[in-house]
Structures are given as structure tokens and as C-alpha cells.
Design a protein around this ligand. Structure first.
Ligand code: KIV
Length: 269
């Protein structure tokens, strides 16, 4: 097997400097991690979006550390070149700094992840600093924070008025100053995302933040057409794999029922 060079935070920084777009996607198992890696993804996030995608919860709130670690370890086994980032679930880093550091370290030690992501801006900057000082690379996440859906009363665009835009810019500067290697900008206006991208030295990775970010991230089930009928406005379906899967499985059902499968060659006499 060819030696494949694993990407690192340095590669992402160089890409920003060179004006090369960084492409990221979520994955939750080894199969899709392998596929994403083969497609040339630079970073795979084992998002807590696992909650509403593969785990069948209604949002990301119920995801546990044990679930997240199991999925992250699987993705690490599937990806060879892309960086793999574990996404710290709700209440795994908010209770105390000690608990947050212990939990974050588990992604590196037990799964082989290349870093962790957590939601929050300047209020979480001291924690980001402690994690980075403990040699844990941190991917920050600001703007729309899905773990705050109950507090916010739903999902909405952020940064539409001047005061909120200023707060988000301060969040971006604070997480960079704290040592985050990159920052996700979720659900913020394209003009604000462009402004933040121009001010920061670290890469900005947008989702629902327009084309002016240094890179983009999408949820894999949305872009492959595996996520049901609903498609968020920020996403685009590049395939309809659920339809293909149903077609294939219907073929299997039909052939077994008709006695066509298994056929000669599928078994030993
Ligand atoms: O959990 C997730 O998938 C995310 C990304 C969409 C940014 O946080």
C-alpha cells in the first residue's frame, strides 16, 4: 500500500495563505470516512450532527461522549489522509475545565483523532487556551450553535444586525487569540463571514456562511441524499443515494422471494 501523508494543521494554514479552498465534510463511520478520504476531503468532522443523522435523535443534545468516541474511532480507522476531528457533545466541556480537558484528550488517546471541535466564542476562549496548552488542537465553532437550540428557541441566521455581527467578530478574534487552529462559521451572513475571513490568520470554514470563507463544511447525509426529504438551504444534494439504496434492496427482496438469488456461483454444492 502506498504511503499516504496525513494532513495536519500546518497544511490547512498553508492552504489559507495560498488562497486554496479547504473542503470538509462530516462522517460517522469507517465506510464513509474511507469514501470521503478517497474523494480528496481535507478534514472529516465526526460531528455531533450524528445525533440527528445516524443516531436518529431530534437534535444534537442527547449525543453522549461514549457514542461520539465510538463513531470517531471508526472514522479514524477509515480515513488515511484527511484530518479527523471529534466533536465534543453537549455537556462534555461546559461543566468544568478539568472534565473538558479529560474528555477532549480521550479523542486523541482512544480514537486517534487529530483534534476536537467545540461550540462557543469568547466565553470559551479560556478553555480553548487550556486545551491548546495541553497539546490538544481545537477547531472552534461560532455563529449558529446547534447545542444552544433550546436556549435560542430554534435555528436562525446570526449576525444580521450590527451589534450581533460585532459580537461574532469578537468571538472569532477571541478563539484565534486562544490558539484554535481553525474556526467554523455557521449560519452567519456572507458579508460578515468575508469580513472575519479577511481579519483572521487561521482558516474559516463556513456552513451557511456564503462563499467567502477559506473552506466549506457540509453534513455528508445532506450532500449524498441520505438525509430524508428535508434539505437545509445551505446544503446541496450531489447524489440521491437513499433512492439508489432502496432500489438495490428492493432488487434483493424480489430476487430472494422469487428464488433467483442466491444463484449458481453464490454457493457451494
Ligand atoms: O455537528 C456538525 O456536523 C457540525 C458541522 C456541521 C459544522 O458542527
Amino acid at each position: 500500500m502506498d504511503e499516504i501523508k496525513k494532513l495536519t494543521v500546518r497544511d490547512l494554514w498553508k492552504m489559507k495563505q495560498a488562497g486554496e479552498k479547504i473542503v470538509c465534510v462530516t462522517s460517522y463511520d469507517a465506510i464513509f470516512a474511507r469514501i470521503a478520504d478517497e474523494a480528496g476531503m481535507h478534514l472529516i468532522l465526526v460531528g455531533d450532527s450524528a445525533g440527528n443523522t445516524v443516531l436518529g435523535y431530534k437534535n444534537t443534545i442527547p449525543v453522549t461522549m461514549e457514542e461520539s468516541l465510538m463513531l470517531t474511532a471508526a472514522v479514524c480507522r477509515g480515513a488515511r489522509r484527511a484530518m479527523v476531528i471529534g466533536d465534543m457533545p453537549f455537556m462534555s466541556y461546559q461543566i468544568s475545565e478539568a472534565e473538558a480537558i479529560r474528555n477532549a484528550g480521550r479523542y486523541l488517546k482512544e480514537c486517534g483523532a487529530d483534534g476536537v471541535k467545540l461550540e462557543g466564542g469568547k466565553k470559551f476562549a479560556p478553555l480553548i487556551r487550556r486545551l491548546v496548552d495541553s497539546s490538544i488542537p481545537v477547531f472552534a465553532h461560532i455563529g449558529l450553535l446547534p447545542q444552544s437550540v433550546l436556549k435560542e428557541g430554534g435555528y436562525r441566521m446570526h449576525g444580521k444586525n450590527d451589534a450581533e455581527a460585532e459580537e461574532i467578530l469578537e468571538d472569532a478574534l477571541a478563539v484565534e487569540e486562544a490558539g484554535a487552529f481553525a474556526v467554523t462559521l455557521e449560519g452567519v451572513t456572507a458579508s460578515l463571514a468575508e469580513k472575519i475571513t479577511a481579519k483572521l490568520h487561521i482558516p474559516t470554514i463556513g456552513i451557511g456562511a456564503g462563499p467567502g470563507c477559506d473552506g466549506q463544511i457540509q453534513v455528508i447525509t445532506d450532500i449524498l441524499g441520505l438525509g430524508g426529504a428535508f434539505l437545509p438551504r445551505h446544503a446541496k444534494r450531489f447524489a440521491t443515494l437513499a433512492d439508489e439504496a432502496v432500489k438495490a434492496l428492493k432488487g434483493y427482496v424480489t430476487e430472494v422471494r422469487k428464488g433467483v438469488f442466491p444463484a449458481e456461483g453464490n454457493f457451494t454444492k
